[in-house]
Design a protein around this ligand. Structure first.
Ligand code: GTP
Ligand code: MG
Length: 198
């Protein structure tokens, strides 16, 4: 799919104040620093569209970006950032869970996991929560440029096996990406293009 335009629309912490246009929406979620904002920039080919940082905790709000004037990409704050206070964590959890539970136009969310890491409890639990609430998701493995192809294959296979050993009877759809070298871009965009066309 060709990205012709990508524009920032708004940031907020209240799902009720998110854009009201009833167009399809895709959201990126995952641990802080996993590469959500970088992936949005890579997919849209717009450096600096979503703010990124080497330090976790950069994205703090629900950020809507309008693509080709007819669908949204949504950059969300990361979870699992140890430095935020308990109170902030609670507030954050509330508005993120509200976002997922109340955003009717959310077509699919992408749960990002760093391809170098073993499956983390927080990600597995989050995916289970999405499943329990019937919120469709795919997995996006990030930072694939950090590993050789063989290691990528081993890590992906063992991740999927871990899901199948857990609550999942079927593996979710997944993509392997790198925001540094652009790998996986076409696959993710054509997946979005296919479901947008349905
Ligand atoms: P929060 O907003 O804090 O939740 O983080 P985030 O998930 O949006 O991560 P962000 O995109 O800000 O990237 C975090 C760090 O990882 C930055 O230093 C990026 O340059 C780096 N990074 C992101 N994607 C990749 C990638 O594909 N490859 C490599 N090598 N580094 C990446
Ligand atoms: Mg971010």
């Amino acid at each position: 799919m060709l990205i012709k335009t990508a524009n920032f629309v708004m940031s907020n912490s209240d799902v009720a104040k998110c854009p009201q246009e009833p167009i399809p929406e895709y959201a990126f979620i995952g641990r802080s620093n996993v590469g959500k904002s970088s992936l949005i920039n890579m997919l849209t080919d717009h450096k600096g569209l979503a703010k990124t940082s080497g330090k976790p905790g950069k994205t703090q709000l629900i950020n809507h970006f309008k693509i080709n004037d007819n669908w949204f990409l949504v950059d969300l704050p990361g979870y699992g950032y140890a430095k935020v206070s308990k109170r902030d964590k609670k507030t954050f959890q509330k508005y993120i869970t509200n976002y997922f539970l109340q955003r009717g136009q959310l077509v699919c969310s992408f749960v990002l996991v760093d391809i170098r890491h073993e499956p983390q409890k927080i990600d597995l639990e989050f995916m289970e929560w999405l499943g329990e609430n019937q919120i469709p998701f795919c997995i996006i493995f990030t930072k694939a440029d950090k590993l050789k192809p063989r290691a990528i294959q081993i890590n992906v296979e063992s991740y999927i096996q871990e899901l199948l050993n857990g609550v999942w009877q079927e593996a979710p759809r997944y993509f392997v990406t790198s925001s540094t070298n652009g790998s996986g871009r076409e696959e993710v965009l054509s997946f979005i293009g296919t479901i947008n066309a349905d």
